[in-house]
Design a protein around this ligand. Structure first.
Ligand SMILES: Cc1cc2nc3c(=O)[nH]c(=O)nc-3n(C[C@H](O)[C@H](O)[C@H](O)COP(=O)(O)OP(=O)(O)OC[C@H]3O[C@@H](n4cnc5c(N)ncnc54)[C@H](O)[C@@H]3O)c2cc1C
Length: 600
């Protein structure tokens, strides 16, 4: 007898799984999963971003959601074939729910589901107008006093926020707010973005002079418009700023620059926010139904309190406000911190002729950029990946299909390879006194990013300067106090300084809610970011998704959006669909709203 092809096996399996779901036979559906199993759902069943781990959690979720979701039509996605590798059969899948079309990925082991990803692709009847349904643009035919595109745009800009209220207000017009607004525009959700900077892109432009993206171009595309083929691998910050400004314009966003949100409050009865913004010196009150804080996870500077800060005669800056080295040639600079910003800033200061010392209190994970690109990213985000047919959408979904609970298991071997490949480099760094780590479970950079958003440097050259002593290093020691003209360390060393830079990172995004809404609401929604991995700066209990990001929070109609360019691109899709569904009055019962265990 001929062996069945992987596609035949998956098709037969999906028929069985789909029939169980259609029949409402939860036990039969649960029995399609192996004992060690994961179902990550992005909005289709749960109206939430939620990973169910093990059969019991899957059973509970189905009990709560299946009757309403009414999933049908499970099949291998159009034009795709299943593949088998190392005992795992993998396939892209499509399905429908009562109100949406879904897309996902299934992995079978021994004929049962090991991992399942289900994502909402579009809401039926509210599809984006693209491809065959793209707008005509020109208005063929004729009619008196017809308005042009430009006139209609001008009318919209004059009305929205004045005589007509936006459904969604996004506070913060960095890449996060911009990507989300672009998606909402395609879904016809009236939206305003308010941004306190003068120009879109300024949140990048205003960072230190030497900054280039640490992630490569294939990872950084915005929704709808990819970077062109000649775009540099690591874009300089001002170039990204210009791209965002262009994007904001061509995507027809209602983007209010030079506008600061001052305060916001929610009327539980009217189900409406009142948000006071200041634009051109005038206060305007907006009344959106949904409020998104896209104010940046790297926006709320951690400014440490250190004895003597009022005594120190030199300058003090946080890394986010450090302008770059130009003013500091020949000056003595002490940089507190040893992660990405600290390294970038120290290297630029050294290049600019400053005498710079880095103070490292605790260990840092370092990975060389080339090595990270080759070993960590190339399978999904690289020119080779593009050549082999990998699209950004597929890469994002493959990444999303690996459950957070076991993601570190996929990462550890990669970082083992990196450590081996660059062993001489690491030995030299340690010889220079630099304290290294690989994450608590040796799972490296991505896990540190997802868990705590800090604790690493992607080396693009500064490490050589640490190794050869050009950047002076004081490691394993904390700051005691600032004196009149320097930084006194706890081991008694006095570092003379004209400038002290705190490269001490950023606070949780719910701090923005405290500033704009109230401490009470900030505490109610709790800490943003992290998985609950019970590792440093990511306390348990296990949450299994990034806390509060892109999904419903404990405060009705309040959302958080942000993260790196990849996350902004990918998760803006699910946040936009959640907002669109609410605007259309579609019932969106949230399963498993996250509990709050930490205030920030
Ligand atoms: C040094 C550094 C390097 C980074 N490198 C990379 C990288 O290589 N690749 C990558 O993907 N990510 C990188 N990141 C992380 C992340 O992508 C960036 O921080 C990015 O700017 C986040 O975009 P955002 O839109 O979420 O937030 P931001 O860009 O911080 O935008 C938030 C905006 O909100 C505005 N705002 C805040 N409060 C108000 C208010 N009350 N009213 C109106 N507007 C307000 C701010 O002015 C700001 O423009 C880096 C971050 C830093 C700090």
């Amino acid at each position: 007898m001929l062996d069945k092809t992987p596609s035949t096996k998956v098709t037969e399996f999906l028929d069985k799984f789909g029939s169980a779901l259609e029949a409402g036979d939860i036990e039969a559906a649960v029995n399609c999963f192996q004992a060690d199993c994961y179902w990550r759902d992005l909005v289709t069943f749960t109206w939430n971003l939620k990973t169910m781990e093990g059969q019991d959690q899957i059973r509970e979720m189905l009990k709560a959601t299946l009757a309403k979701t009414k999933p049908t039509g499970w099949k291998i996605a159009e034009g795709e074939e299943a593949a088998e590798d190392g005992g795992v059969t993998t396939a892209w899948i499509e399905f429908e729910t009562e109100i949406a079309r879904g897309f996902g990925m299934i992995r079978l082991k021994d004929g049962l589901i090991w991992t399942l990803l289900t994502t909402m692709a579009e809401i039926k009847g509210h599809e984006e107008k693209a491809g065959f349904t793209r707008p005509l643009g020109a208005k063929h035919g004729h009619g008196r006093d017809r308005k042009t595109w430009r006139e209609e745009r001008e009318d919209e800009m004059a009305e929205l926020g004045h005589s007509r209220q936006p459904y969604t207000l996004i506070i913060g017009g960095g890449q996060g707010g911009i990507a989300l607004a672009a998606r909402l525009r395609q879904l016809d959700v009236p939206t305003i973005v308010v941004e306190r900077n003068e120009r879109a892109g300024d949140s990048w432009r205003k960072r230190y002079k030497s900054l280039c993206l640490h992630d490569p171009v294939w990872y950084d595309h915005l929704p709808y418009i990819d970077f062109p083929k000649n775009w540099p691998v690591f874009a300089p910050k001002d170039k990204i700023g210009d791209w965002l400004e262009m994007y904001t314009k061509v995507m027809e966003l209602n983007y209010w620059s030079a506008t600061t949100a001052k305060k916001a409050s929610y009327d539980e009865a009217a189900k409406e926010w009142t948000v006071v913004v200041e634009r051109d010196g005038k206060e305007i009150t907006l009344k959106p139904k949904q409020l998104v804080l896209a104010t940046g996870m790297s926006g709320k500077a951690n400014w440490p309190t250190i004895k003597g800060q009022d005594v120190f005669k030199g300058e003090q800056q946080h890394s986010s406000t450090h302008p770059g080295p130009d003013k500091y040639r020949g000056k003595k600079v002490v940089v507190i911190g040893s992660n990405n910003s600290a390294h970038d800033i120290c290297a630029a200061l050294w290049e600019g002729g400053a005498d710079v010392t880095m103070v490292q209190r605790s260990s840092t994970h370092i990975v060389r950029s080339d090595t990270l690109m080759d070993i960590g990213l190339s399978a999904l985000y690289s020119e080779q990946a593009v050549e082999s047919g990998m699209t950004t959408r597929k890469a994002d979904l493959i990444f999303a299909s690996l459950p957070y609970r076991i993601l570190h298991e996929f990462q550890i071997p990669l970082y083992d390879q990196m450590r081996e490949r660059d062993k001489d480099f690491y030995a030299a760094l340690e010889k220079a006194g630099f304290m290294l780590d690989w994450g608590e479970d040796n799972s490296g950079l991505f896990m540190k990013y997802l868990r705590r958003g800090s604790g690493y440097y992607i080396d693009v050259g500064a490490c050589d300067l640490v190794i050869d002593g050009s950047i002076k290093l004081k490691s394993g020691v904390d700051v005691q106090e600032l004196t009149k003209d320097g930084v006194l360390l706890k081991d008694g060393t006095l570092l003379p300084a004209d400038l002290v830079i705190y490269a001490t990172g950023y606070g949780s995004m719910n701090g923005w809610a405290a500033d704009l809404i109230s401490r009470e609401v900030a505490d109610k929604v709790g800490k943003c970011w992290g998985l609950g991995s019970d590792t440093i700066k990511d306390p348990g209990p296990w949450e299994g998704e990034q806390r509060n990001m892109w999904k419903p929070t404990q405060q009705e109609a309040l959302w958080f959006h942000g993260g790196n360019l990849h996350q902004s691109r990918h998760y803006s899709q699910y946040l936009a669909l959640q907002l669109k569904a609410r605007m259309e009055g579609i019932d969106t019962p949230v399963y498993g709203l996250q509990e709050v265990h930490h205030r920030g």
